[in-house]
Design a protein around this ligand. Structure first.
Ligand code: HEM
Length: 155
């Protein structure tokens, strides 16, 4: 099924236009963010914006396009390549807060949406190491702490 569920939160808050606005304002913030912007693999944030839009629409009872195109969300797993520490989470939430407020939803809806986003962002944290220390959680060593060990023992 692709259409929204009748009476869903998605419909109650204004459907597609509302979620487009949410991700537009959020990604305007990300584009200016010196911590978050470099984390995004693509220079163009458009495709990432589209994925977040599809995910949030589906989560709240809108079209199920996300799963049709991307499969099971498995969001924690999909975030493993990225250094999501508490400072990154707080930046993410700062931009999301501005985006949520821009919607001017009735307080009960705003609370519901914000409460979920906060819990989801806290659940996405996958490291407490400062950025640049050690290998990222997927185990790929990008060489950011590589040490050359010289063997000075005489032959
Ligand atoms: C806590 C801080 C977070 C950071 C720093 C972060 C960062 C990122 C990055 C760098 C990507 C890759 C961009 C792409 O190519 O799609 C991504 C993907 C994504 N994020 Fe986050 N994220 C955070 C939290 C969240 C939360 C709370 C949600 C959901 C409520 C979420 C939903 C998504 C989705 C749906 C994708 C695309 C997954 C896919 O289908 O590949 N993120 N995120």
């Amino acid at each position: 099924m692709t259409d929204s569920t009748p009476g869903s939160f998605y419909d109650q808050v204004g459907g597609h236009d509302t979620f487009v606005r949410l991700v537009d304002v959020f990604y305007d913030g990300v584009a200016q963010d010196d911590l978050l912007k470099p984390m995004y693999p693509e220079e163009d944030l458009g495709p990432a914006k589209e994925r977040l839009l599809m995910f949030l629409e589906q989560y709240w009872g809108g079209p199920t396009t996300y799963s049709e195109r991307r499969g099971h969300p498995r969001l924690r797993m999909r975030h493993r390549p990225f250094h999501v520490d508490p400072p990154a989470r707080d930046r993410w939430l700062t931009h999301m807060r501005a985006a949520v407020e821009s919607l001017r939803l009735p307080p009960l809806y705003e609370e519901t949406l914000w409460d979920y986003l906060q819990r989801a962002a806290h659940a996405m944290v996958n490291t407490f190491e400062p950025a640049g220390i050690g290998a990222p959680p997927d185990g790929r060593d990008r060489g950011n702490l590589s040490v050359t060990v010289r063997d000075d023992t005489p032959d």
